[in-house]
Design a protein around this ligand. Structure first.
Ligand code: GAR
Length: 209
């Protein structure tokens, strides 16, 4: 059975989708803990209500990224996870941290990477007149919002879209795609070769909505 630790910073709707899929689909996995860098993260309440173990490592209590990441790593490793899932975890991670979890650290980013790394991807795409936006699940490397792509979802931009309407429609696809990608990892269905990820059972790694 694989052990999964999920990191959040806020609402936690992707975490919720993953937890619910894990239960409903009977994955051979357990959510060992949900950890937030913000004490007030709404997702903590959902996790606690389900009886999941929760923890907070408040980044504001640390003097710099290295000290925060070292403590975060210590807490995560206490749960001996096979996989660490970043689900709306809004911290830039140090190379030491990403190296420690190489090939067992997943992230979801709300853009069609490699476009629009960083913050406010939907607003930036709208400002440039993009006709499609989306989201990407990828393995995490030291470079922000880079790393081998596991799955992508594409969403068309409608004439009257604003940032809120667009991010709401992309989120629907995130909730379809991220649990699927985590399940693939749990089932050993992801092969990482030369920086590319192949889904071994042939399920589509592309989503649209
Ligand atoms: C999601 O849209 C996710 O893609 C994004 O934050 C949101 C979190 O929502 N992640 C990032 O921007 C990471 N750079 P959630 O807390 O409801 O899952």
């Amino acid at each position: 059975m694989k052990s999964i630790v999920i990191l959040i910073s806020g609402r936690g709707s992707n975490m919720e989708a993953i937890v619910q899929a894990c239960i409903a689909e009977g994955w051979d996995a357990r959510i060992a803990a949900v950890i937030s860098n913000r004490p007030g993260a709404a997702g903590l309440e959902f996790a606690a209500n389900l009886g999941l173990t929760t923890a907070v490592v408040d980044h504001q209590a640390f003097d710099g990224r290295a000290a925060f990441d070292a403590e975060l790593q210590r807490v995560i490793d206490g749960f001996a996870p096979d996989l660490v899932v970043l689900a709306g975890f809004m911290r830039i991670l140090t190379p030491a941290f990403t190296a420690h979890y190489a090939q067992r650290l997943l992230n979801i980013h709300p853009s069609l990477l490699p476009a629009f790394t960083g913050l406010h991807s939907h607003a930036r795409a709208l400002a440039l007149g993009c006709k499609f936006v989306g989201a990407t699940v990828h393995f995490v490397t030291a470079e922000l919002d880079h790393g081998a792509i596991v799955a992508q979802a594409v969403v068309p931009v409608l004439a009257d879209d604003d940032e809120a309407s667009l991010s709401a429609r992309v989120l629907v696809q995130e909730h379809r795609m991220y649990p699927r990608a985590v399940r693939w990892f749990v089932q050993d269905q992801l092969a990482l070769e030369n920086g590319l990820v192949r889904q071994l059972s042939g399920e589509a790694q592309s989503f649209s909505g």
